[in-house]
Every structure is written in structure tokens, then in C-alpha cells.
Design a binder for this molecule. Structure first.
Ligand SMILES: NC(=O)C1=CN([C@@H]2O[C@H](COP(=O)(O)OP(=O)(O)OC[C@H]3O[C@@H](n4cnc5c(N)ncnc54)[C@H](OP(=O)(O)O)[C@@H]3O)[C@@H](O)[C@H]2O)C=CC1
Ligand SMILES: N[C@@H](CC(=O)OP(=O)(O)O)C(=O)O
Length: 339
């Protein structure tokens, strides 16, 4: 089959190409698209140089279209791209809250992907990483309240976010003052409790995405969710401290045993041996690391834990490819008309 990447030259696009090289998808041809400024540049896939083309404003002749060129591009063009017969798996937030668009993390609600009408939404990265760990706990013990504090890497703001961290850190180390463009304040040696726009309720949009998307993916809007999203000066992998109030009390050992069996999770939890989730160990990994599992001192029978997940992978590229693999496994990929 033919697979297309829209936004191939970006941070997520780069990861999509790596993940596709290792995926179980039967790829005969890969089509690469980006903005006009990248047209004609070459990227390597399976040792072969492929030329990046300008993103079409009409049908894309591919069975699977992996979109990571931002919300405005997807909003304007995704419905045109699928006139070619393919399915769009969209990394942006453009369609996530539309009633007819499934929002999918395969380990949690893969079957929802089968209901698509041409577009499937890939979740917000912070949410995707959290639900891989929280959904199994919800299924077994019922999550009543979920309080999340995040530590989000600069690559959450794309390639330019990583560039800003490196360039500005270099400036500071050479005695110059740091400036900022991608972030609300200079990022070197700082933490910034501000990701995306502030909403009327005082939360940021990034924080509200964790609320809205947890409800949609887990399929239970009764879970009370609150999030504080913070940018930190790392390159990749988001970490999250999560506190859960449960319907049925659970012990840390029970949660450890449950998560040890959960798809997409690596339990990394031996504090005596200094083993716990960290960006340093979780970066580049497909599984989300979960550790620091302990009894909540606030909610009786509740649980505190810490997760680190590579947001360019499970929060974006990997999850998108896993959705395509799920469709392939279930014989649910339409064959696109060939240009
Ligand atoms: N970074 C992350 O952790 C995550 C990102 N996402 C989402 O994925 C999407 C991409 O993010 P990311 O890779 O980080 O961003 P980048 O800024 O690194 O890359 C953006 C990509 O989109 C392309 N692009 C920009 N404008 C256009 C246009 N008008 N027409 C066609 N292509 C265009 C760029 O091409 P060119 O190089 O030619 O400019 C580039 O390939 C966003 O919607 C983001 O919200 C989702 C989850 C996590
Ligand atoms: N959550 C990302 C940004 C992002 O791409 O989010 P979304 O896919 O929900 O727009 C960050 O760390 O900044």
C-alpha cells in the first residue's frame, strides 16, 4: 500500500519515518509532503532518497495519510486529501473533539478506530502518555479523580522548540542574555507553567486537552481531571506526576502487578536501586515508563505515580502508526485510488 506523511520535515515527521521503517505496515511506496519551502529536499527511507513534495490541496493518492503539519493545514485540507480514498490519521488537535472523529490510543480504545469516516485523530501527547498508564487502573479499580502535574520537553513545540533550547542555552553559557520566541519566557535553566493559551477558567488549553481527551479516550466523562502543564528545559520526553482517587482501594503492589501486564507500559520502579522513570531512559522507547508507585497520602486507597513517555513517539508518531497497524490487522484499510 501507499503511505503519505504530510509534515515530513518536522519533528513528528522525522519520527514517523523512523517508526515506519520498523513497522508491520505493508508499505510499497512512501510519499512525503511539507510546505513549499521544503519542496525538492530529500529524506532517506529504508536507505532510499525520497523527494519531499508540496502538500496537495486536493486528493492524496495514498491508503494512509499521516498528517503532522499543524491544525490549520489539517483543518483546511484533510477532507480534500481523503477524496483519494485513503484515511487521514491526524496528529493535530483540529478534529479531536468532533463527534464523528475517533480519538484513539490503540492500547485503550483501538476498536474506536474502526468507526472512522475518513479521519482519525491522534491525541495530545501529554494525554496519550497518561492514559496508557491510567486506563488499565480505571478498568480494574475505577478512577474517580485524577490530578496531573507535567514536565514537558521543548520538542513539544516542534523542531523550533528544541532549537530554541539549544541556542539559548549556548547564549547563557557564553555570558549573553537568553531571548525567547517559541516559549513565553527564556527556557534555559527555567521552568514555565504556561503551555498553549490561557482559557477563561484559568487553565491553559494544554491542561484542558488532558481533561477533554482523557474523557473521550477512556470513554468516561465522570472522571474528575485537573492538570498543571509545565515546560522544562529538556529536549524530548514528557513526564507526569499523577495522583488517582479510586472507587476500589488498591495497594501499590496491586498496581505494579496490573501495570506489569499492561500493553505499552514498562514498570520501572525500584527506588532503592535508583530505578524510576526519567526522560534520559524513556527517550526513544516505545513503552511509557511508570514508577514511583506509592500509596496516596491524600486519598484513602488512592495511588501516586510518575510516568515518562517519549511524546514524539507514543504522544505522536508511534501512536499514529499503531493506529494504522490496527486498521491493517482488522482489514479496515480502504484501497486508495491511484493517481
Ligand atoms: N511535537 C510534539 O510533541 C507533538 C506534536 N503534535 C502535533 O503534530 C503536528 C506537527 O508538530 P511538529 O512536528 O512538532 O512541528 P514542526 O514545526 O517540527 O513541523 C511542522 C511540519 O509541518 C510542515 N508545514 C508547516 N506549514 C505547512 C503548510 N502550510 N503546508 C504543508 N506543510 C506545512 C512543516 O514543513 P516545512 O519544514 O516545510 O516548514 C513541517 O514538516 C502539530 O499539529 C502538533 O501539534 C502532536 C503531538 C506531539
Ligand atoms: N502538547 C505539546 C504540543 C502539541 O503538539 O500538542 P497538540 O498535539 O495537542 O497540539 C507540547 O508539549 O507543547
Amino acid at each position: 500500500m501507499r503511505v503519505a506523511i504530510v509534515g515530513a520535515t518536522g519533528a513528528v515527521g522525522h519520527e514517523l519515518m523512523q517508526v515506519l521503517e520498523r513497522s508491520a505496515l505493508h508499505i510499497d511506496e512512501l510519499l512525503l509532503y511539507a510546505s513549499p519551502r521544503s519542496a525538492g529536499s530529500q529524506l532517506t527511507f529504508r536507505g532510499q532518497a525520497l523527494t519531499v513534495q508540496v502538500t496537495p490541496e486536493g486528493p492524496i493518492p495514498a491508503d494512509v495519510i499521516l498528517a503532522s503539519a499543524g491544525g490549520s493545514v489539517s483543518k483546511a485540507l484533510a477532507h480534500r486529501w481523503i477524496e483519494g480514498g485513503g484515511v487521514v490519521i491526524d496528529n493535530s488537535s483540529a478534529f479531536r473533539y468532533d463527534a464523528g472523529v475517533p480519538l484513539v490510543v490503540p492500547e485503550v480504545n483501538g476498536e474506536a478506530a474502526l468507526t472512522h469516516q475518513g479521519i482519525i485523530a491522534n491525541p495530545n501527547c501529554t494525554t496519550a502518555i497518561a492514559v496508557v498508564a491510567v486506563a488499565p487502573i480505571h478498568r480494574e479499580y475505577g478512577v474517580r479523580r485524577m490530578i496531573v502535574s507535567t514536565y514537558q520537553a521543548t520538542s513539544g513545540a516542534g523542531q523550533k522548540g528544541m532549537d530554541e533550547l539549544l541556542e539559548q542555552t549556548h547564549r547563557v553559557l557564553h555570558g549573553q542574555e537568553a531571548t525567547h520566541k517559541e516559549f513565553a519566557h527564556p527556557i534555559p535553566f527555567n521552568v514555565i507553567p504556561h503551555i498553549d493559551a490561557f482559557q477563561d477558567n484559568g487553565y491553559t488549553k494544554e491542561e484542558m486537552k488532558v481533561v477533554w481527551e482523557t474523557h473521550k479516550i477512556i470513554g468516561d466523562p465522570s472522571i474528575r481531571v485537573s492538570c498543571t502543564a509545565v515546560r522544562i528545559p529538556t529536549l524530548r520526553t514528557h513526564s507526569e506526576a499523577i495522583t488517582l482517587e479510586l472507587e476500589r482501594p488498591a495497594t501499590p503492589d496491586e498496581i505494579r502487578a496490573l501495570l506489569a501486564q499492561a500493553a505499552g507500559v514498562e514498570v520501572r520502579d525500584d527506588p532503592e536501586a535508583r530505578l524510576y522513570p526519567m526522560p534520559l531512559t524513556a527517550s526513544g522507547k516505545y513503552d511509557v515508563e511508570v514508577g514511583r508507585i506509592r500509596e496516596s497520602l491524600v486519598f484513602d486507597g488512592g495511588i501516586d505515580l510518575f510516568v515518562s513517555g517519549d511524546q514524539l513517539l507514543k504522544g505522536a508518531a508511534l501512536n499514529a502508526v499503531q493506529i494504522a497497524e490496527y486498521l491493517q490487522t482488522h482489514g479496515a484499510l480502504r484501497s486508495a485510488q491511484r493517481a
